[in-house]
Write a protein that binds this ligand. Sequence first.
Ligand SMILES: Nc1ncnc2c1ncn2[C@@H]1O[C@H](COP(=O)(O)OP(=O)(O)OP(=O)(O)O)[C@@H](O)[C@H]1O
Ligand SMILES: [Mg+2]
Length: 252
Amino acid sequence: MTKVIAMSGKGGTGKTTLSALLIKYLIVKKLTPVLAVDADSNANLNELLELDVDLTLGQIRKDLKGDMPPNMTRDQFMEMKVHQALIESSGFDLLVMGQPDGPGCYCAANQHLAMTMDHLATNYRYILVDNEAGMEHLSRMNLRAVDTLLVVSDPSARGILTARRIADLTSPLGIEIKSKQLIVNRAPDPVPEALNNKINEAVENSDMQLGGILPSSDTLIEQELSGNSYLKLGHDVDIVKKAFNIFSHIIS
Ligand SMILES: Nc1ncnc2c1ncn2[C@@H]1O[C@H](COP(=O)(O)OP(=O)(O)OP(=O)(O)O)[C@@H](O)[C@H]1O
Ligand SMILES: [Mg+2]
């Protein structure tokens, strides 16, 4: 069975960074093939993986509203285009959602996309969705269940409170979420007691578990600035070891 992992959390907390590190983890642990979905309209997961994007699902949904090539149904067209949009890499493929729907009705296009995603999903062991703050993409992609929702927070009181709100607000999505894991990113090391108290309070008063606490890392900042793929980071790098340790507890 394909397992779905989705990222959530407010802007700039580290969702894309953790997505890239998680892809690396799944590859190293041979939990492949992985489908990585960049559901951020300002797509940038590809940059952390040094991959170029030619075609997005947003573009395909637009094309689907136009004329079809002769002898092709809309489902066949969608299937063909989605395969064109898949960026194939070693151990994983990347699919980029692109811009949200413009004016007009995309219901039919989204229905075709949902069917294609159902087919596609069965090819993968893990699907990892890097979201922007909202999570409506999950329903558009027809993912009815999420095995693990990572709620990423910055190390502030308000950040932790926002993470709690995000975790509480998932029910209206109509998606079954089996496990919610709070990850506090860019935390001071050692973790101040007051922050620890906030984290414990959030975990006790929500249905989130504490996935882990990740420190701030100059290596990640340098890697991002260099434009080199996060997949090239050494396994002995401190932040990689710490992230892998967290993932080993939450990915069963
Ligand atoms: N543990 C860390 N240590 C140092 N820098 C980090 C860490 N995690 C993330 N960053 C940096 O913080 C910035 C924001 O991270 P990232 O893009 O992953 O956040 P995001 O949640 O995906 O943002 P958005 O909501 O805009 O998609 C990036 O420049 C990234 O390199
Ligand atoms: Mg991001």
